[in-house]
Design a protein around this ligand. Sequence first.
Ligand SMILES: NC(=O)c1ccc[n+]([C@@H]2O[C@H](COP(=O)([O-])OP(=O)(O)OC[C@H]3O[C@@H](n4cnc5c(N)ncnc54)[C@H](OP(=O)(O)O)[C@@H]3O)[C@@H](O)[C@H]2O)c1
Length: 197
Amino acid sequence: VAAAGTSVTIGSRDGQRAQDLAAEIVDAWPGRGLPVTGAENAAAAEADVVVVATPWDSAPATVRGLASNLAGKVVVSMANALVKDGREMLALMPARGSIAAAVQAAAPDAKVAAAFHHLPASELLSLDRSLDADVLVCSDHPDATSATVELANSIEGLRGLDAGSLSQAGAIEAFTAVCITLNIRHRAHSSLRISGL
Ligand SMILES: NC(=O)c1ccc[n+]([C@@H]2O[C@H](COP(=O)([O-])OP(=O)(O)OC[C@H]3O[C@@H](n4cnc5c(N)ncnc54)[C@H](OP(=O)(O)O)[C@@H]3O)[C@@H](O)[C@H]2O)c1
């Protein structure tokens, strides 16, 4: 997203840690002038679109603490509730059916979309390698779906796809277990592409 010129603020419970990480990312790609800064979570939540990227078991609590900041905003949940079992990744069943539904319940006035579950962070960080993947997006708010599809489309090599209401989030999140297991079994860096669309 930053590589496409969109300003990004990395949030953290510790503002200094976020600033250090932002500087590290900017320095890793000299000459690109990436518009990346760091701040405490509450300041990062001032952004137009807020991506929740904490571990799955802390995503609802993190969002609950920022619920008033997030009212009316598009909030993207990318958390997957997974557990490793040998050479396999297994999906857990979150209490509300998905982490995205729990995030929506934690910030009822936010417009939550679920997206980016199947994309390894390492791929997003490698700006010298082109991506080739679809991003399944679901939400109960049409403007959150379109903003999130647009966000995915702004990243070269990605195609955002409207995959339905937030009720789809459980299946989308759980399928990440299959994607990671495929990579483990085949020692691969595979990505998801939907054909026929
Ligand atoms: N990694 C991937 O390839 C990938 C791909 C798709 C989706 N996801 C999903 O994206 C989310 C983030 O993944 P990740 O690998 O980046 O996770 P991570 O490195 O374990 O955590 C990301 C950040 O969350 C914050 N955090 C950690 N524990 C927290 C807590 N108890 N409360 C509040 N904040 C906490 C930490 O930032 P501070 O300590 O600075 O606050 C940490 O740097 C996960 O839900 C994961 O399922 C990951």
